[in-house]
Design a protein around this ligand. Structure first.
Ligand SMILES: O=P(O)(O)OC[C@H]1O[C@](O)(CO)[C@@H](O)[C@@H]1O
Length: 535
């Protein structure tokens, strides 16, 4: 299968994507719709034969069986012996979901109800701080306990009518300092968000926040809540059970925004809009489960990803939302995709047959256009671009700006596709009055190779429901790519070594231990820090 795809990839190298539009209605054949969204992948070098081969790849890899296994609670996270059931968190009106024979849905619903009760009380002033109604919420968490809520709260700005939400993640004291400095502890709720409740960054920032609170309020613990699957640790930390929202180990950190980790989002937008977000995710789950692969958005997104990274060897992909409020989507997707599929061994521990995991990066348009698009258009590397854009903005009075935004998005994918050949560049230079060698030299700088692939995910408007669909779409894309590559997308052993070494380095930096056993570079850096004011 891979050999066939490689052959197709080699054949595609010399083919113009634009030429593929000469046959039939390519825009219709190489696109799919769901829930009002349009996923257009016609501006890629995939032809009918390649698409058929990619779909066969997904079939033969067993995506359908694996999908059923995941959604029915089998322990597909084999290296941690866990089920993978973030879909249960948004299974609002679905049937039972069993793990080890036990239906987890009653507990999921009960936790959601408790979150909603708490959110309603806080938003209405029924739950207040010691200085009055809660005005500000600080979510302290990192990775999946930060990126989901921070991304979603920003994305849904127009729906935020609750307390202001702030996010502290970095262990750099500057982060917690700069956030807390602006707040009044007597009207602030601090949420400690950590699945394990052991993450050093989060626990250190939480201690700092508690000390800050203790300076000004009589009972600081009363203004703390915890989101975790480690109830013993939350109790030991002194957070009252009534403000602890738990979840099970079958919710991976980077898939956790749908449950308690989404509390800050719920506080910001309110329970109804949070449910709409869940509904969007659930709708995408249903689509992923039921639609034939050829029209299945997550499968198609994954196959395009496989084509670009594994077959054509493009090492990165850019996520380019033309939606300022999706500012943090690229960072969110970096964790989702790179922590999930950035692996080198297959499920059975043997080396992977194909390279895995492109580097994911991006920025909202149009900002990126004035920064790195130069490389995307004229650099020597091909960067497949994934554009996201809504037809309607949230500012009716600024509809003309939204139109301009959309024009820019569509223009970029058009420019990547068409490019500008040397002949056209020469004409341009001749129009400017240039001649001879100078015309030729200047023209060459103005050539755009074109034939660069992109996809566009178009949606009506960034509502809570649409955001839910988009996030779930990318989650399932990661799953499909993981199955095709034969890896476990749900563990993250690659983050452990650095954590261990950081812990071991702390006493060395304090001077309690020497640098024996350290490499020369690390020892020299320790010495530099100690000589230059490290506290
Ligand atoms: O929620 P926790 O347990 O604090 O973990 C935070 C993050 O740390 C990681 O485990 C990686 O270090 C992520 O997978 C996770 O989202």
């Amino acid at each position: 299968m891979w050999d066939d795809l490689k052959r197709r990839g080699a054949a595609a190298e010399g083919r113009e994507i634009l030429s593929l539009f000469e046959e039939g209605d390519r825009a219709a054949s190489f696109s799919a719709t769901f829930g009002g969204m349009l996923f257009d992948y016609s501006k890629t070098n995939i032809d009918d034969g390649t698409m058929a081969a990619l779909l066969r790849l997904a079939e033969e890899a067993g995506v359908a069986d694996r999908r059923a296994a995941m959604m029915s609670g089998e322990k597909i996270n084999e290296t941690e012996g866990r089920a993978v059931l973030h879909t249960a968190l948004r299974n609002l009106d679905g049937g039972p979901v069993r793990v080890d024979g036990r239906d987890v849905m009653p507990e999921v619903r009960a936790t959601l109800d408790r979150m909603e009760d708490f959110a309603r009380a806080l938003r209405s002033g029924g739950f207040a701080g010691q200085g009055g109604p809660i005005t500000d919420v600080v979510n302290i968490g990192i990775g999946g306990s930060d990126l989901g809520p921070v991304m979603a709260v920003q994305a849904l700005g127009p729906y935020c009518d609750g307390p202001r939400c702030h996010f502290v993640s970095n262990v750099d004291g500057a982060h917690v300092h700069d956030v807390l400095e602006r707040l009044d502890p007597t009207t602030t709720l601090v949420i400690v968000a950590s699945k394990t409740f052991t993450t050093i960054e989060t626990m250190t920032n939480a201690e700092t926040a508690r000390a800050w609170m203790a300076d000004r309020v009589r009972d600081p613990g009363a203004q703390f809540a915890a989101l975790s699957s480690n109830r013993d640790a939350t109790a030991a930390w002194g957070i009252d059970e009534s403000r602890v929202f738990g979840f099970e180990d079958w919710v991976g950190g980077r898939y956790s925004v749908w449950g308690p980790i989404g509390l800050s989002l719920m506080l910001a937008v309110g329970p109804e809009d949070f449910r709409a977000f869940l509904r969007g995710g659930q709708a995408m789950d249903r689509h992923f489960r039921e639609a034939a692969f050829a029209g299945n958005l997550p499968v198609l997104l994954a196959l395009v990803g496989i084509w670009h990274n594994q077959v054509l060897g493009y090492p990165t992909r850019a996520v380019l939302p033309y939606e300022q409020r999706l500012l943090r989507l690229p960072a969110y997707l970096q964790q989702l995709e790179m922590e999930s599929n950035g692996k080198s061994v297959a499920m059975d521990g043997t080396p992977l047959e194909t390279p895995a995991g492109p580097v994911v990066w991006g920025e909202p348009g149009t900002n990126g256009q004035h920064a790195f698009y130069q490389l995307i258009h004229q650099g020597t590397q091909v960067v497949p671009c994934e554009f996201l854009v809504g037809a309607e903005g949230h500012e009716p009075a600024l509809a003309h700006q939204h139109r301009l935004l959309v024009a820019n998005c569509l223009a970029q994918s058009e420019a990547l596709l068409r490019g500008r050949p040397l002949g056209q560049a020469r004409v341009l230079m001749a129009e400017k009055g240039l001649e001879g060698d100078e015309l030729e030299r200047q023209a060459r700088h103005r050539v755009f190779p074109g034939n660069r692939p992109s996809t566009t995910l178009a949606y009506p408007k960034l509502t809570p429901e649409v955001l839910g669909m988009i996030v779930a779409l990318y989650e399932h894309r990661v799953f499909v790519e993981g199955v095709i590559l034969g890896i476990n997308s749900y563990d993250q052993w690659g983050v452990e070594l650095g954590k261990e070494l950081a812990l071991a380095l702390d006493p060395v930096l304090q001077g309690q231990k020497d640098t024996a056993g350290k490499d020369g570079s690390t020892a020299a850096l320790v010495a530099y820090m100690r000589d230059h004011g490290l506290g």
